[in-house]
Design a protein around this ligand. Structure first.
Ligand SMILES: [Ca+2]
Length: 544
Protein backbone atom coordinates (compact mmCIF):
# COMPACT_ATOMS: atom_id res chain seq x y z
CA UNK A 1 0.00 0.00 0.00
CA UNK A 2 1.24 3.45 -0.81
CA UNK A 3 1.59 5.42 2.44
CA UNK A 4 -1.25 7.82 2.92
CA UNK A 5 -0.17 11.34 2.26
CA UNK A 6 -0.68 14.00 4.91
CA UNK A 7 -4.29 15.04 4.53
CA UNK A 8 -4.47 18.68 5.51
CA UNK A 9 -8.28 18.77 5.29
CA UNK A 10 -8.65 15.83 7.66
CA UNK A 11 -6.19 17.37 10.07
CA UNK A 12 -7.93 20.75 10.07
CA UNK A 13 -11.37 19.14 10.46
CA UNK A 14 -10.05 17.18 13.43
CA UNK A 15 -8.57 20.31 15.01
CA UNK A 16 -11.88 22.15 14.70
CA UNK A 17 -13.71 19.17 16.17
CA UNK A 18 -11.34 19.18 19.12
CA UNK A 19 -11.89 22.90 19.75
CA UNK A 20 -15.64 22.31 19.67
CA UNK A 21 -15.43 19.35 22.00
CA UNK A 22 -13.35 21.43 24.42
CA UNK A 23 -16.05 24.10 24.43
CA UNK A 24 -18.84 21.57 24.81
CA UNK A 25 -16.99 19.97 27.70
CA UNK A 26 -17.15 23.22 29.64
CA UNK A 27 -13.42 23.87 29.43
CA UNK A 28 -12.48 27.42 28.54
CA UNK A 29 -9.27 26.27 26.89
CA UNK A 30 -9.20 27.03 23.20
CA UNK A 31 -6.48 25.86 20.86
CA UNK A 32 -6.53 29.17 19.03
CA UNK A 33 -5.76 31.09 22.23
CA UNK A 34 -7.68 32.32 25.27
CA UNK A 35 -8.36 35.87 26.32
CA UNK A 36 -6.41 37.40 29.18
CA UNK A 37 -9.59 37.84 31.22
CA UNK A 38 -10.49 34.21 30.91
CA UNK A 39 -6.99 32.89 31.30
CA UNK A 40 -6.75 33.05 35.07
CA UNK A 41 -10.13 31.36 35.55
CA UNK A 42 -9.14 28.76 33.02
CA UNK A 43 -5.87 27.98 34.77
CA UNK A 44 -7.50 27.68 38.17
CA UNK A 45 -9.88 25.13 36.67
CA UNK A 46 -7.28 23.09 34.90
CA UNK A 47 -4.92 22.98 37.86
CA UNK A 48 -7.27 20.57 39.58
CA UNK A 49 -6.82 18.08 36.78
CA UNK A 50 -4.34 15.33 37.54
CA UNK A 51 -1.04 15.24 35.72
CA UNK A 52 -0.34 12.07 33.78
CA UNK A 53 3.04 10.42 33.48
CA UNK A 54 3.06 7.57 30.98
CA UNK A 55 6.39 5.80 31.47
CA UNK A 56 6.71 3.50 28.46
CA UNK A 57 9.61 1.09 28.17
CA UNK A 58 10.58 -0.56 24.90
CA UNK A 59 10.87 -4.36 24.69
CA UNK A 60 10.79 -4.89 28.45
CA UNK A 61 9.71 -8.45 29.14
CA UNK A 62 7.13 -9.52 31.72
CA UNK A 63 9.83 -11.14 33.86
CA UNK A 64 12.37 -8.32 33.55
CA UNK A 65 11.34 -6.52 36.75
CA UNK A 66 12.06 -7.46 40.35
CA UNK A 67 8.42 -7.46 41.44
CA UNK A 68 7.60 -9.67 38.44
CA UNK A 69 10.15 -12.26 39.49
CA UNK A 70 13.56 -11.31 38.10
CA UNK A 71 16.31 -12.24 40.51
CA UNK A 72 19.11 -10.82 38.36
CA UNK A 73 17.90 -7.37 37.31
CA UNK A 74 17.42 -4.88 40.15
CA UNK A 75 14.50 -2.49 39.88
CA UNK A 76 13.91 -0.99 43.34
CA UNK A 77 12.03 2.07 42.11
CA UNK A 78 9.58 0.11 39.97
CA UNK A 79 9.08 -2.31 42.86
CA UNK A 80 8.43 0.59 45.23
CA UNK A 81 5.89 2.09 42.84
CA UNK A 82 4.11 -1.27 42.60
CA UNK A 83 3.92 -1.44 46.40
CA UNK A 84 2.12 1.91 46.40
CA UNK A 85 -0.55 1.13 43.80
CA UNK A 86 -1.89 -1.58 41.49
CA UNK A 87 0.32 -4.08 39.66
CA UNK A 88 -1.26 -6.06 36.83
CA UNK A 89 -0.07 -9.60 36.22
CA UNK A 90 -1.97 -10.19 32.97
CA UNK A 91 -1.55 -6.96 31.08
CA UNK A 92 -1.13 -7.23 27.33
CA UNK A 93 0.41 -5.28 24.53
CA UNK A 94 -1.89 -5.19 21.50
CA UNK A 95 0.95 -6.54 19.34
CA UNK A 96 4.22 -8.42 19.87
CA UNK A 97 6.15 -5.61 18.11
CA UNK A 98 6.55 -1.88 18.72
CA UNK A 99 4.54 0.41 16.43
CA UNK A 100 1.11 -1.30 16.59
CA UNK A 101 1.07 -1.33 20.38
CA UNK A 102 2.05 2.34 20.45
CA UNK A 103 -0.76 3.11 18.00
CA UNK A 104 -3.22 1.25 20.24
CA UNK A 105 -2.19 3.28 23.30
CA UNK A 106 -2.65 6.60 21.55
CA UNK A 107 -5.81 5.71 19.60
CA UNK A 108 -7.71 3.25 21.81
CA UNK A 109 -8.10 1.05 18.73
CA UNK A 110 -6.81 -2.36 17.81
CA UNK A 111 -3.92 -2.39 15.34
CA UNK A 112 -6.12 -4.52 13.06
CA UNK A 113 -8.70 -1.73 12.87
CA UNK A 114 -5.96 0.80 12.08
CA UNK A 115 -4.30 -1.51 9.53
CA UNK A 116 -1.11 -0.79 11.41
CA UNK A 117 -0.16 -4.32 12.39
CA UNK A 118 3.63 -4.41 12.04
CA UNK A 119 6.57 -2.31 13.14
CA UNK A 120 7.32 0.62 10.85
CA UNK A 121 8.28 0.63 8.09
CA UNK A 122 7.71 -3.14 8.28
CA UNK A 123 9.28 -6.38 7.26
CA UNK A 124 9.74 -7.12 3.59
CA UNK A 125 8.79 -10.44 1.99
CA UNK A 126 11.29 -13.25 1.70
CA UNK A 127 11.41 -16.32 -0.51
CA UNK A 128 10.70 -18.88 2.25
CA UNK A 129 7.23 -17.47 2.84
CA UNK A 130 4.09 -19.32 1.80
CA UNK A 131 2.11 -16.08 2.19
CA UNK A 132 2.83 -12.47 1.57
CA UNK A 133 2.90 -10.06 4.49
CA UNK A 134 -0.27 -8.00 4.74
CA UNK A 135 -0.04 -4.37 3.67
CA UNK A 136 0.00 -1.77 6.42
CA UNK A 137 -0.47 1.93 6.98
CA UNK A 138 2.97 3.49 7.22
CA UNK A 139 1.96 5.99 9.88
CA UNK A 140 -0.71 6.62 12.47
CA UNK A 141 -3.70 7.83 10.42
CA UNK A 142 -4.39 11.55 10.79
CA UNK A 143 -8.11 10.93 11.29
CA UNK A 144 -7.38 9.43 14.71
CA UNK A 145 -7.93 11.78 17.65
CA UNK A 146 -4.98 10.68 19.74
CA UNK A 147 -4.92 10.59 23.51
CA UNK A 148 -2.48 13.50 23.37
CA UNK A 149 -4.92 15.50 21.24
CA UNK A 150 -7.82 14.71 23.56
CA UNK A 151 -5.83 15.87 26.60
CA UNK A 152 -4.45 18.91 24.83
CA UNK A 153 -8.00 19.97 23.94
CA UNK A 154 -8.79 19.95 27.65
CA UNK A 155 -5.92 22.22 28.59
CA UNK A 156 -3.08 19.78 29.10
CA UNK A 157 0.47 20.48 28.12
CA UNK A 158 1.68 17.43 26.19
CA UNK A 159 5.22 16.21 25.61
CA UNK A 160 6.97 13.13 24.29
CA UNK A 161 10.54 12.33 25.28
CA UNK A 162 12.11 9.44 23.40
CA UNK A 163 10.58 6.98 21.00
CA UNK A 164 7.69 7.74 18.64
CA UNK A 165 7.83 5.06 15.90
CA UNK A 166 4.42 5.91 14.42
CA UNK A 167 5.57 7.42 11.16
CA UNK A 168 7.89 9.98 9.71
CA UNK A 169 7.05 13.68 9.35
CA UNK A 170 4.54 15.05 8.71
CA UNK A 171 3.16 12.20 10.84
CA UNK A 172 5.45 12.91 13.78
CA UNK A 173 4.20 13.56 17.30
CA UNK A 174 3.84 17.30 16.73
CA UNK A 175 0.97 16.67 14.29
CA UNK A 176 -0.61 14.10 16.60
CA UNK A 177 -1.20 16.27 19.66
CA UNK A 178 2.19 16.70 21.30
CA UNK A 179 3.40 20.22 22.02
CA UNK A 180 6.98 19.14 22.48
CA UNK A 181 9.12 16.34 21.05
CA UNK A 182 12.62 15.51 22.28
CA UNK A 183 14.57 14.46 20.31
CA UNK A 184 13.33 15.20 16.79
CA UNK A 185 13.72 11.58 15.76
CA UNK A 186 10.74 9.44 14.74
CA UNK A 187 12.29 6.02 14.23
CA UNK A 188 12.08 3.13 16.65
CA UNK A 189 15.68 2.86 17.79
CA UNK A 190 18.38 5.27 18.91
CA UNK A 191 20.26 6.42 15.85
CA UNK A 192 23.74 6.02 17.28
CA UNK A 193 23.11 3.86 20.32
CA UNK A 194 22.98 4.72 24.00
CA UNK A 195 26.40 6.31 24.41
CA UNK A 196 27.03 9.91 23.34
CA UNK A 197 27.27 11.34 20.76
CA UNK A 198 23.62 10.50 20.08
CA UNK A 199 23.44 12.49 16.83
CA UNK A 200 19.75 13.23 17.34
CA UNK A 201 18.38 16.71 16.68
CA UNK A 202 17.12 18.52 19.75
CA UNK A 203 19.07 16.50 22.31
CA UNK A 204 22.37 17.94 23.44
CA UNK A 205 25.01 15.60 24.74
CA UNK A 206 28.46 15.56 26.25
CA UNK A 207 31.12 12.91 26.22
CA UNK A 208 30.15 10.08 28.55
CA UNK A 209 26.41 10.82 28.50
CA UNK A 210 24.01 7.89 28.54
CA UNK A 211 20.81 8.22 26.52
CA UNK A 212 18.35 6.99 29.16
CA UNK A 213 19.78 9.50 31.64
CA UNK A 214 19.69 12.39 29.19
CA UNK A 215 16.07 11.79 28.23
CA UNK A 216 15.27 11.73 31.93
CA UNK A 217 17.06 15.06 32.44
CA UNK A 218 14.84 16.58 29.78
CA UNK A 219 11.68 15.05 31.28
CA UNK A 220 12.53 16.40 34.74
CA UNK A 221 13.07 19.83 33.29
CA UNK A 222 9.67 19.59 31.62
CA UNK A 223 7.97 18.65 34.91
CA UNK A 224 9.57 21.63 36.59
CA UNK A 225 8.50 24.02 33.85
CA UNK A 226 4.92 22.72 33.82
CA UNK A 227 4.35 22.21 37.53
CA UNK A 228 1.58 24.84 37.58
CA UNK A 229 -0.55 23.38 34.79
CA UNK A 230 -1.78 19.89 34.00
CA UNK A 231 0.62 17.94 31.87
CA UNK A 232 0.75 14.68 29.94
CA UNK A 233 4.33 13.46 30.06
CA UNK A 234 4.87 10.57 27.66
CA UNK A 235 8.33 9.39 28.63
CA UNK A 236 8.87 6.78 25.97
CA UNK A 237 12.33 5.38 26.53
CA UNK A 238 14.31 3.81 23.72
CA UNK A 239 15.56 1.44 26.41
CA UNK A 240 15.60 -1.49 26.66
CA UNK A 241 15.42 -2.02 22.89
CA UNK A 242 18.65 -3.02 21.20
CA UNK A 243 21.44 -2.12 20.66
CA UNK A 244 22.09 -3.77 24.01
CA UNK A 245 24.44 -1.23 25.60
CA UNK A 246 24.49 -0.74 29.36
CA UNK A 247 25.86 2.19 31.30
CA UNK A 248 29.46 1.27 32.19
CA UNK A 249 29.17 1.59 35.98
CA UNK A 250 26.12 -0.67 36.01
CA UNK A 251 27.70 -3.15 33.61
CA UNK A 252 30.54 -3.45 36.10
CA UNK A 253 28.06 -4.02 38.91
CA UNK A 254 26.31 -6.83 37.03
CA UNK A 255 29.57 -8.41 35.90
CA UNK A 256 30.47 -8.79 39.58
CA UNK A 257 26.99 -9.95 40.48
CA UNK A 258 26.93 -12.59 37.75
CA UNK A 259 30.33 -13.92 38.81
CA UNK A 260 29.01 -14.58 42.31
CA UNK A 261 25.61 -15.86 41.26
CA UNK A 262 24.59 -19.45 41.00
CA UNK A 263 23.01 -19.81 37.58
CA UNK A 264 19.70 -21.56 37.31
CA UNK A 265 19.73 -25.11 36.00
CA UNK A 266 18.26 -25.96 32.65
CA UNK A 267 19.27 -25.19 29.08
CA UNK A 268 20.58 -21.82 27.92
CA UNK A 269 18.32 -22.00 24.85
CA UNK A 270 15.37 -24.01 23.59
CA UNK A 271 14.17 -24.43 20.03
CA UNK A 272 10.89 -23.16 18.67
CA UNK A 273 9.53 -24.23 15.30
CA UNK A 274 6.50 -23.25 13.29
CA UNK A 275 3.39 -24.71 14.96
CA UNK A 276 1.62 -24.37 11.62
CA UNK A 277 3.75 -26.93 9.77
CA UNK A 278 1.93 -29.92 8.30
CA UNK A 279 3.64 -32.05 10.95
CA UNK A 280 4.71 -29.60 13.63
CA UNK A 281 7.59 -30.55 15.89
CA UNK A 282 6.64 -31.62 19.41
CA UNK A 283 8.45 -30.27 22.45
CA UNK A 284 10.22 -33.64 22.76
CA UNK A 285 11.38 -33.47 19.14
CA UNK A 286 12.58 -29.88 19.56
CA UNK A 287 14.49 -30.83 22.70
CA UNK A 288 16.17 -33.69 20.83
CA UNK A 289 16.92 -31.58 17.74
CA UNK A 290 18.81 -28.86 19.59
CA UNK A 291 21.48 -31.43 20.47
CA UNK A 292 22.00 -32.39 16.84
CA UNK A 293 24.88 -31.02 14.71
CA UNK A 294 22.30 -29.69 12.25
CA UNK A 295 20.90 -27.33 14.88
CA UNK A 296 24.07 -25.84 16.33
CA UNK A 297 24.82 -22.14 16.11
CA UNK A 298 22.55 -19.11 16.02
CA UNK A 299 20.78 -18.56 12.74
CA UNK A 300 17.53 -19.68 11.14
CA UNK A 301 17.90 -23.41 11.61
CA UNK A 302 16.47 -26.31 9.58
CA UNK A 303 12.74 -27.05 9.80
CA UNK A 304 12.06 -23.36 10.41
CA UNK A 305 13.41 -23.44 13.93
CA UNK A 306 15.08 -20.68 15.96
CA UNK A 307 16.57 -20.51 19.45
CA UNK A 308 14.93 -18.82 22.43
CA UNK A 309 17.06 -17.64 25.37
CA UNK A 310 16.15 -19.23 28.70
CA UNK A 311 18.36 -17.41 31.24
CA UNK A 312 18.62 -13.88 32.54
CA UNK A 313 22.38 -13.47 32.57
CA UNK A 314 23.10 -10.63 30.14
CA UNK A 315 25.08 -8.00 32.04
CA UNK A 316 24.72 -5.29 29.38
CA UNK A 317 20.96 -5.75 29.35
CA UNK A 318 20.77 -5.87 33.15
CA UNK A 319 22.55 -2.52 33.22
CA UNK A 320 20.06 -1.09 30.73
CA UNK A 321 17.16 -2.25 32.88
CA UNK A 322 18.57 -0.71 36.04
CA UNK A 323 19.29 2.60 34.29
CA UNK A 324 15.66 2.63 33.17
CA UNK A 325 14.59 1.92 36.75
CA UNK A 326 16.74 4.81 37.95
CA UNK A 327 14.94 7.02 35.46
CA UNK A 328 11.58 6.15 36.98
CA UNK A 329 13.01 6.84 40.43
CA UNK A 330 14.19 10.27 39.34
CA UNK A 331 10.78 11.11 37.88
CA UNK A 332 9.03 10.07 41.10
CA UNK A 333 11.52 12.09 43.15
CA UNK A 334 10.98 15.15 40.97
CA UNK A 335 7.20 14.87 41.34
CA UNK A 336 7.68 14.75 45.09
CA UNK A 337 10.04 17.72 45.12
CA UNK A 338 7.53 19.75 43.09
CA UNK A 339 4.67 18.78 45.42
CA UNK A 340 2.91 16.94 42.57
CA UNK A 341 2.91 13.36 43.86
CA UNK A 342 -0.67 13.45 45.10
CA UNK A 343 -2.01 14.87 41.85
CA UNK A 344 -0.12 12.79 39.32
CA UNK A 345 -1.22 9.53 37.76
CA UNK A 346 1.76 7.31 36.95
CA UNK A 347 1.55 4.47 34.44
CA UNK A 348 4.38 2.02 33.86
CA UNK A 349 4.16 -0.19 30.76
CA UNK A 350 6.10 -1.96 28.00
CA UNK A 351 5.18 -2.17 24.31
CA UNK A 352 5.94 -5.87 23.80
CA UNK A 353 7.72 -8.83 25.36
CA UNK A 354 11.42 -9.38 25.86
CA UNK A 355 13.81 -10.02 22.98
CA UNK A 356 14.73 -13.58 23.86
CA UNK A 357 14.87 -14.50 20.16
CA UNK A 358 17.39 -13.02 17.73
CA UNK A 359 16.30 -10.62 15.00
CA UNK A 360 16.23 -12.27 11.58
CA UNK A 361 15.16 -9.25 9.59
CA UNK A 362 17.87 -10.63 7.35
CA UNK A 363 17.03 -14.36 7.24
CA UNK A 364 20.65 -15.15 6.38
CA UNK A 365 21.96 -13.54 9.58
CA UNK A 366 24.40 -15.62 11.60
CA UNK A 367 25.15 -14.62 15.19
CA UNK A 368 28.63 -15.51 16.40
CA UNK A 369 28.85 -17.18 19.81
CA UNK A 370 30.92 -14.23 21.01
CA UNK A 371 28.04 -11.83 20.29
CA UNK A 372 25.05 -13.59 21.81
CA UNK A 373 24.46 -10.83 24.36
CA UNK A 374 23.91 -8.37 21.51
CA UNK A 375 21.30 -10.60 19.84
CA UNK A 376 19.38 -12.00 22.79
CA UNK A 377 18.54 -9.62 25.61
CA UNK A 378 16.67 -11.67 28.19
CA UNK A 379 14.56 -14.68 29.06
CA UNK A 380 10.76 -14.52 29.38
CA UNK A 381 10.47 -17.74 31.36
CA UNK A 382 8.08 -19.03 32.59
CA UNK A 383 6.35 -17.60 29.54
CA UNK A 384 6.84 -19.10 26.09
CA UNK A 385 8.17 -17.23 23.09
CA UNK A 386 9.62 -13.78 22.61
CA UNK A 387 9.10 -10.42 21.05
CA UNK A 388 7.52 -11.07 17.65
CA UNK A 389 5.49 -14.08 18.83
CA UNK A 390 1.85 -14.30 19.90
CA UNK A 391 2.77 -16.62 22.75
CA UNK A 392 2.60 -14.90 26.12
CA UNK A 393 6.31 -14.06 26.03
CA UNK A 394 5.64 -11.71 23.13
CA UNK A 395 2.57 -9.90 24.42
CA UNK A 396 2.28 -10.13 28.21
CA UNK A 397 4.10 -7.20 29.78
CA UNK A 398 4.65 -5.49 33.13
CA UNK A 399 2.06 -2.85 34.00
CA UNK A 400 1.72 -0.70 37.11
CA UNK A 401 -0.82 2.09 37.59
CA UNK A 402 -0.82 4.65 40.37
CA UNK A 403 -3.95 6.77 40.83
CA UNK A 404 -3.41 8.84 43.96
CA UNK A 405 -6.32 9.02 46.42
CA UNK A 406 -8.54 6.83 44.25
CA UNK A 407 -6.77 3.64 43.26
CA UNK A 408 -5.87 0.75 45.50
CA UNK A 409 -2.47 0.53 47.17
CA UNK A 410 -0.15 -2.46 47.08
CA UNK A 411 -2.65 -4.56 45.18
CA UNK A 412 -1.99 -7.20 42.53
CA UNK A 413 -4.68 -7.39 39.84
CA UNK A 414 -4.93 -10.60 37.86
CA UNK A 415 -7.64 -9.48 35.44
CA UNK A 416 -6.51 -9.27 31.82
CA UNK A 417 -6.23 -5.77 30.36
CA UNK A 418 -4.78 -4.55 27.06
CA UNK A 419 -3.08 -1.43 25.77
CA UNK A 420 -6.24 -0.16 24.00
CA UNK A 421 -7.72 0.29 27.49
CA UNK A 422 -5.43 3.14 28.54
CA UNK A 423 -7.25 5.79 26.53
CA UNK A 424 -10.71 5.51 28.18
CA UNK A 425 -9.14 4.77 31.55
CA UNK A 426 -6.98 7.90 31.49
CA UNK A 427 -9.93 10.06 30.44
CA UNK A 428 -12.00 8.66 33.29
CA UNK A 429 -9.23 9.10 35.85
CA UNK A 430 -8.76 12.69 34.68
CA UNK A 431 -12.49 13.38 35.06
CA UNK A 432 -12.88 13.98 31.33
CA UNK A 433 -15.74 12.79 29.14
CA UNK A 434 -15.12 9.61 27.21
CA UNK A 435 -14.77 9.67 23.43
CA UNK A 436 -16.56 6.41 22.57
CA UNK A 437 -16.29 6.93 18.82
CA UNK A 438 -12.51 7.08 19.17
CA UNK A 439 -11.42 4.48 21.76
CA UNK A 440 -13.80 1.85 20.39
CA UNK A 441 -11.57 -1.08 21.37
CA UNK A 442 -10.72 0.16 24.85
CA UNK A 443 -12.47 -0.55 28.11
CA UNK A 444 -11.81 1.58 31.16
CA UNK A 445 -10.18 -0.50 33.89
CA UNK A 446 -10.94 2.07 36.57
CA UNK A 447 -12.98 -0.57 38.46
CA UNK A 448 -9.88 -2.78 38.60
CA UNK A 449 -7.92 0.10 40.13
CA UNK A 450 -10.55 0.53 42.80
CA UNK A 451 -10.81 -3.17 43.55
CA UNK A 452 -14.32 -3.37 42.12
CA UNK A 453 -15.56 -6.18 39.84
CA UNK A 454 -14.02 -5.92 36.39
CA UNK A 455 -14.36 -8.35 33.52
CA UNK A 456 -12.47 -7.40 30.39
CA UNK A 457 -14.18 -10.00 28.16
CA UNK A 458 -12.44 -11.06 24.96
CA UNK A 459 -9.10 -9.63 23.84
CA UNK A 460 -7.88 -10.05 20.26
CA UNK A 461 -4.63 -9.93 18.31
CA UNK A 462 -4.00 -9.84 14.58
CA UNK A 463 -0.47 -10.25 13.25
CA UNK A 464 -0.70 -11.02 9.51
CA UNK A 465 3.07 -10.90 9.07
CA UNK A 466 6.16 -13.01 9.28
CA UNK A 467 8.20 -11.97 12.26
CA UNK A 468 11.78 -10.80 12.57
CA UNK A 469 12.07 -12.95 15.69
CA UNK A 470 10.81 -16.34 14.59
CA UNK A 471 9.76 -18.45 11.65
CA UNK A 472 6.13 -19.04 12.61
CA UNK A 473 3.26 -18.43 10.19
CA UNK A 474 1.34 -15.17 10.29
CA UNK A 475 -1.59 -15.49 12.66
CA UNK A 476 -3.93 -14.15 15.28
CA UNK A 477 -5.10 -14.90 18.80
CA UNK A 478 -7.96 -14.46 21.23
CA UNK A 479 -7.97 -14.49 25.03
CA UNK A 480 -11.25 -15.12 26.82
CA UNK A 481 -11.30 -15.99 30.50
CA UNK A 482 -8.59 -18.54 31.22
CA UNK A 483 -8.37 -19.68 27.60
CA UNK A 484 -6.28 -18.47 24.71
CA UNK A 485 -6.51 -19.65 21.14
CA UNK A 486 -3.89 -19.00 18.46
CA UNK A 487 -4.69 -19.35 14.77
CA UNK A 488 -2.08 -19.52 12.00
CA UNK A 489 -2.75 -18.54 8.43
CA UNK A 490 -0.52 -20.79 6.31
CA UNK A 491 -2.28 -24.06 7.17
CA UNK A 492 -5.06 -22.86 9.47
CA UNK A 493 -3.65 -24.63 12.51
CA UNK A 494 -5.07 -23.64 15.88
CA UNK A 495 -3.61 -24.03 19.37
CA UNK A 496 -5.64 -23.80 22.56
CA UNK A 497 -4.18 -23.20 26.00
CA UNK A 498 -5.61 -22.83 29.48
CA UNK A 499 -3.40 -20.06 30.84
CA UNK A 500 -4.58 -20.50 34.40
CA UNK A 501 -2.98 -23.94 34.67
CA UNK A 502 -0.52 -23.62 31.78
CA UNK A 503 0.87 -20.07 31.52
CA UNK A 504 3.87 -21.49 29.62
CA UNK A 505 1.55 -22.66 26.79
CA UNK A 506 2.99 -26.16 26.56
CA UNK A 507 -0.19 -28.25 26.62
CA UNK A 508 -2.21 -27.69 23.45
CA UNK A 509 -5.86 -28.51 24.15
CA UNK A 510 -7.21 -27.92 20.64
CA UNK A 511 -7.90 -31.61 20.01
CA UNK A 512 -9.04 -32.42 23.54
CA UNK A 513 -11.48 -29.50 23.74
CA UNK A 514 -12.81 -29.00 20.20
CA UNK A 515 -15.95 -27.22 21.38
CA UNK A 516 -13.99 -24.53 23.23
CA UNK A 517 -11.53 -24.23 20.32
CA UNK A 518 -14.40 -23.86 17.83
CA UNK A 519 -16.14 -21.23 19.95
CA UNK A 520 -13.01 -19.08 20.25
CA UNK A 521 -12.03 -19.54 16.61
CA UNK A 522 -15.47 -18.36 15.53
CA UNK A 523 -15.21 -15.29 17.77
CA UNK A 524 -11.77 -14.47 16.38
CA UNK A 525 -12.95 -14.76 12.79
CA UNK A 526 -16.09 -12.67 13.42
CA UNK A 527 -13.97 -10.03 15.13
CA UNK A 528 -11.65 -9.79 12.13
CA UNK A 529 -14.66 -9.08 9.97
CA UNK A 530 -15.99 -6.49 12.41
CA UNK A 531 -12.76 -4.51 12.49
CA UNK A 532 -12.13 -4.99 8.75
CA UNK A 533 -8.78 -6.57 9.48
CA UNK A 534 -6.51 -6.82 6.49
CA UNK A 535 -5.84 -10.43 5.62
CA UNK A 536 -2.75 -12.03 4.19
CA UNK A 537 -3.12 -12.19 0.41
CA UNK A 538 -3.65 -15.32 -1.60
CA UNK A 539 -1.13 -18.05 -0.94
CA UNK A 540 1.95 -18.16 -3.08
CA UNK A 541 3.64 -21.38 -4.05
CA UNK A 542 6.04 -22.31 -1.30
CA UNK A 543 9.68 -21.74 -2.25
CA UNK A 544 12.19 -23.34 0.07
CA1 LIG B 1 9.13 -2.63 21.33
Amino acid sequence: MIPKKFDRRTFLAKTVALSCSAALGGCTFNQMGISANNKQASESKVQAKPNIVFFLVDDLGWRDVGCYGSSFYETPHIDRLAAECVRFTQAYAACPVCSPTRASILSGKYPARLHLTDWLPGRRDHSFQALKNAEINKHLPFAEVTLAEALKAKGYSTAIFGKWHLGENPSGPLTHGFDLQVPRWNKGWPKSGYHAPFQMEGLKDSKGDYLTDRLTDEALNYIEQNKDRPFFLYLSHFAVHDPIQGRPDLVKKYRNKLAKMQLSKGPDFVLEGNPDEANPLSREQLTALIEQPSHQGHRVLPQRTVKIKQKQDNIQFAAMVEAMDESLGRVLDKLKAMGLTDNTIVIFFSDNGGMSAANFFNPKRQVADSRLNEAYSTSNLPLRGAKGWLYEGGIRVPMIVKWPDHGNKGVVCEEPVISTDFYPTILEMAGLPSLPDQHVDGMSFVPALKGEPFNRKAIYWHFPHYSNHGMQSPGGAIRLGDYKLLEYFENNTVQLFNLKVDPGEQNDLAEAQPKKAGELLKMLQVWRQEVSAQMVPIKQARIN
